[in-house]
Ligand binder design. Structure first.
Ligand SMILES: Nc1ncnc2c1ncn2[C@@H]1O[C@H](COP(=O)(O)OP(=O)(O)OP(=O)(O)O)[C@@H](O)[C@H]1O
Ligand SMILES: [Mg+2]
Length: 244
């Protein structure tokens, strides 16, 4: 299987607090990987190190066979290939829906406005938001905003999509519409790395589940292995706490 991203011996400290410890981990092409674990276990930090929103303290991130943490590496080219969806949407509030999905394409990957609009409309359709092109974010519900944020990230046609708890800030009745879109995307063969507290979603959609605890990957495996037959005591304890 072909790796999209491979992380080797990754570590991250904030001051003398070591938040990630010697993480080895990879995402394969077309794979959907869900990261689960308690609050503070380092899930967001791992995602933020992968897309270089945080600078790792040590280790390597291998992308297309090259360590992108090498000084000579063009990290801008790398970052363009990663789509990111945050808990808090992070839309541009003064831009309408269509423009939100075009700005990055025009400014970062230098597409013409015409092409950018076509691509934006294509992905707004995928997430069911093509009827809202002229709306401003403040006119949308949380679920709609998150679907626009997903379309915006997809419009950059990334190699891999990273999601950090995309449904955690949503009212319960809006969680389903976002998970449905993500499930459809998973079915298209998109490579996805998803931090989530939605265990049912992880069970149903993930090819692989990674359980993090206190800055390490404590256990990983298929959803079947992790949810129905966990080996590690700390995985069992986490699932017991979360699923009860
Ligand atoms: N910028 C920062 N400065 C200092 N400490 C940080 C910073 N970001 C994260 N941490 C610490 O790193 C640890 C891991 O945080 P992280 O946000 O990665 O956890 P998480 O697994 O995503 O938790 P949650 O489920 O609550 O989102 C926590 O102890 C947190 O306080
Ligand atoms: Mg987090």
């Amino acid at each position: 299987m072909q790796n999209v991203i491979e992380v080797q011996h990754l570590s991250k400290s904030f001051g003398n607090h070591e938040v990630l410890k010697d993480i080895d981990f990879s995402v394969n092409k077309g794979e959907v990987v869900c990261i689960i674990g308690s609050s503070g276990s380092g899930k967001s930090t791992l995602l933020r190190c992968i897309n270089l929103l945080e600078k790792p303290s040590g280790g390597q991130i291998i992308y297309h066979g090259e360590n992108i943490l090498d000084e000579k590496h063009d990290i801008h080219a790398y970052r363009k290939k990663l789509g990111m969806v945050f808990q808090q949407f992070n839309l541009f509030n003064n831009h309408n829906v269509l423009s939100n999905c075009m700005v990055g394409q025009v400014k970062v990957i230098k597409r013409s406005k015409e092409d950018a609009e076509k691509v934006a409309l294509k992905y707004l359709k995928v997430v069911g938001m093509d009827q809202y092109v002229n709306a401003k974010p403040k006119q949308l519900s949380g679920g709609q905003k998150q679907r626009v944020a997903i379309a915006r990230a997809l419009s950059m046609e990334p190699d891999v999509m990273l999601f950090d708890e995309p449904t955690s800030a949503l009212d319960p009745e809006m969680v389903g519409e976002v998970l449905k879109v993500m499930k459809e995307l998973a079915g298209t063969g998109l490579t996805m790395l998803i931090v989530t507290h939605e265990m049912e979603f992880a069970k149903e959609v993930a090819d692989r589940v990674v359980f993090m605890d206190k800055g390490v990957i404590a256990e990983e495996g298929t959803p079947e292995q992790i949810f129905n037959n966990p080996k590690e005591d700390r995985t069992k304890a986490f699932l017991k706490r979360t699923l009860s």
